[in-house]
Design a protein around this ligand. Structure first.
Ligand code: ADP
Ligand code: MG
Length: 728
């Protein structure tokens, strides 16, 4: 059989292994398996592995048998064998019932895989999978210094993968001919890159770590270049699109907004505003990312752009990640526009427009009415959640799409909304998560970037502290006292918890950035819940204060009512889930207490903290945690408390999250083809790949002379589309 990179694995490896790989690891073809790189390399006698494994981890270790003892079981028939293995520093116990492995004797080397358990404080594997290195079959492999350890699954162990890869690498007719190198020779030469076949050989069967390094560098290039070509192609396609110019018209909504603003725009807001105004006035659609620190005043910049588009006869849509935020935007915009935002109503101004809210939980009749307003063009400004993206939602003339808190959405959602324009609309996406350069070059590589650097003046600033309740229980009492003092001074407070409560087994409400179980503790108590905490506070430290709760299980009317009461100052303390994470804007709130702060990601905490000190008063953010100060979690929280520099935190966030998460739901994992590339460490490589991608596409022939690259780009694109279709 002629094996090609596209041959299904089942044909090469047999149906059982093939199915296991496809179903559990998502590997379907020969190329998929060759691109399934080792997670790490074990060395015999290496000092670290066993000492590092955590209870609950599924791991493969290479270790030597130290002792074997077998004894009959006390209460049952059969025997129990305990095997102690070690790798130089650490030791671990393996437990087998009725075991009959004659070769499992002291001094034997083996690979052992399983889920690390714990028994009487000692780490152990209960009946692990194992492969003893008995010097028989693939002797030469085991004699190597470096043994690749692959990401494995329940039925497909690391050594099955290793054997399968070996089979492919040794495939008859020469592996070199099987693998066609998509990278053009000149690019390889310019950057000193290995040919693909050599790189694959080295990453799977290295002799030294230098081999791994060089091979990895080359393989990262594949990833970076494909991604950059895709983005460059998007930019080129965008540049060729023609949309509709939406010029500024004096005497309209925009002037009314400017007149109604209760503050002067910051210099940054004015500058970005002019940039946007000029771009909206062109018929080539704008594709712009507005990044600005939490509280820097992005909303008003977006609103002014929307007003310009409405003045020019188009509609503007604002997509928000939560209903609370969508409702707040509508309230704020309506308040600012006054009668001009109520065209068609009794007290409305006939020259104005309508501000329409469209969310998933509107009642059927209200939804129908909202959709009609949008479709007939009566609604100039449409604010909504994911419901905006649905089929059935049609615009009369969509001129501008604004995506608020872009990090909550994927490229697909942006595109889905864009597709609702008769002609390609202008696009403005906004994020408060500052973007490291590499992320800007990758995730947002098809957008121009504007930045709001300054906060509106007169802000009090937020001071943050960690409250380690286990070490310093008294600090928590002090925290509630501080909260009471602020409330006594007329301010308001948030208390945020990771969970809603009440229902058995309810899931954390969207604690998306938190690194799961990073301490390997699987026995943690459930996260604190809004309902429980609210009750305890009412009965205890915050007794007598006007306290209310807000969470995702409430109806939109309930949520809206609670937010209104809080915004109006009637409620003093709001105990909430992360529904208040993004965008919520109540300038009188000055205290943010985050319970179980360790359950949240860095960016989330930064966002939460952004809810306070939005007015002239100084803010206080308290991160309450049971994590010890010295633990990695404790240190992560201390880092959040010690800086409000969003860029620094974004970097920290990158470090604590997986690359796939950073690339966002839309571009994560398999589809983005990102396995080796690190946004944190490969900045230079990404910049070089970007330059090569631009150069490649700037010639008339584009990728015509590079069919291999074209195929990789096409594969990435079609994967993306396929996935989107599935979701839609
Ligand atoms: P973000 O950029 O986080 O979305 P917002 O747009 O919600 O921030 O603005 C935060 C707060 O600052 C709001 O209350 C807003 O009204 C206020 N604000 C915006 N621009 C200014 C300004 N130039 N001067 C004073 N306050 C401003
Ligand atoms: Mg905002």
């Amino acid at each position: 059989m002629a094996v090609t990179l596209g041959t299904p694995l089942a044909k090469v490896l047999g149906p059982k292994t093939g199915t296991g790989m496809a179903e559990q690891l998502g590997l379907h073809t020969v190329l998929d398996l060759l691109r399934h790189y080792p997670r790490r390399y074990a060395r015999r006698g290496e000092q670290t592995d066993l000492a590092d494994v955590q209870v609950g981890d599924r791991v493969t270790v290479l270790a030597q048998v130290r002792s074997v003892t077998t004894r009959p079981m006390r209460n049952r028939r059969g025997s129990l064998t305990e095997v102690v293995v070690g790798d130089g520093s650490g030791r671990m116990k393996l437990v087998f019932f009725n075991h009959r492995h004659a070769q499992l004797k002291p001094n034997a080397w083996g690979m052992f895989a399983g889920t690390v358990g714990e028994y009487r404080g000692e780490k152990q594997f209960a009946h692990p999978d194992m492969h003893l290195l008995d010097g028989a079959d693939d002797d030469t492999d085991w004699a190597r210094a470096l043994v690749p350890i692959y990401p494995a699954s329940k039925d497909v162990s690391s050594w099955v993968i290793q054997k399968s890869v070996k089979l492919l690498l040794g495939a008859g007719g020469g592996f070199g001919e099987l693998v066609e190198d998509p990278l053009p020779e000149e690019i390889r030469a310019r950057h000193g890159l290995l040919p693909l076949a050599a790189a694959l050989l080295d990453i799977h069967r290295p002799t030294t770590m230098e081999d791994v390094e060089r091979a990895g560098h080359r393989l990262k290039w594949d990833e970076a270049l494909t991604l950059q070509l895709t983005l460059a192609a998007r930019r080129r396609a965008a540049a060729l699109e023609s949309g509709v110019a939406r010029p500024r018209r004096p005497g309209g909504l925009l002037d009314a907004v400017d007149a109604a603003l209760p503050f002067a725009l910051t210099e940054g807001q004015r500058e970005v505003g002019e940039e946007l105004a000029a771009e909206l006035d062109r018929d080539q659609p704008m594709h712009r990312l507005l990044q600005g620190e939490v509280g820097s005043g992005k909303t008003v910049v977006a609103l002014r752009a929307m007003a310009q588009v409405v003045d020019a006869g188009g509609q503007a849509a604002l997509l928000a990640p939560t209903e609370v935020l969508a409702a707040q935007h509508v309230r704020g915009i309506r308040a600012l526009l006054g009668p001009l935002g109520r065209a068609g109503e009794l007290d409305g101004d006939a020259d104005g427009t309508r501000v329409t809210l469209l969310t998933g939980s509107l009642k059927a009749a209200a939804k129908r009415e909202a959709r009609a307003e949008v479709a007939e063009g009566r609604a100039g400004i449409v604010v909504g959640t994911h419901a905006l993206l649905q089929e059935g939602v049609e615009f009369a003339d969509l001129g501008l799409v604004v995506v608020d808190e872009q990090h909550r959405f994927g490229v697909e959602q942006r595109d889905a909304l864009r597709a609702k324009g008769n002609r390609p609309p202008h696009v403005l996406v906004m994020t408060a998560t500052p973007i490291p350069r590499t992320v800007a070059m990758t995730v947002y590589g098809d957008l121009e970037v504007s930045t709001l650097r300054q906060l509106p003046s007169g802000r009090g600033g937020v001071s943050s502290s960690v409250v380690p309740v286990v070490e310093k229980p008294a600090w928590l009492d002090r925290a509630w006292e501080r909260l009471r003092e602020e409330v006594a001074a007329g301010r308001q407070a948030y208390v945020v918890c990771p969970r809603i409560g009440d229902l058995p087994g309810d899931e954390p409400e969207d604690a998306d950035g938190a690194p799961p179980e990073e301490d390997g503790r699987s026995d943690r108590r459930p996260p604190l819940a809004v309902l429980d905490v609210a009750e305890a506070l009412r009965a205890g430290p915050l007794a007598g204060l006007r306290l209310d709760v807000l969470h995702g299980r409430m109806t939109p009317e309930e949520k809206d009512g609670v937010m209104r009461a809080f915004a109006a100052g009637e409620t003093q303390v709001l105990v909430a889930t992360t529904v208040v994470e993004v965008g919520v804007d109540v300038p009188n709130a000055t205290v943010m207490v985050v319970m179980d702060a360790d359950r949240f990601g860095v960016s989330q905490l930064h966002q939460l903290r952004g809810r306070v000190a939005r007015g002239k008063h100084a803010g206080l953010c308290l991160l309450v945690t049971e994590a010890p100060s010295a633990s990695p979690t404790g240190q992560r929280l201390a880092a959040v408390a010690s800086t409000s520099d969003g860029f620094e935190l974004a970097r920290l966030d990158l470090e604590t999250r997986r690359e796939g998460d950073v690339l966002g739901a839309a571009q994560s994992g398999r589809r983005s083809g990102i396995k080796l590339l690190s946004l944190l460490e490969d900045e230079e490589l990404i910049a070089e790949a970007r330059a090569e991608a631009i150069a490649l596409l700037s010639t008339d022939r584009g990728l015509a002379d590079h069919p291999g690259l074209a195929a990789e780009v096409a594969a990435l694109a079609s994967d993306e589309r396929a996935e989107w279709l599935e979701k839609a």
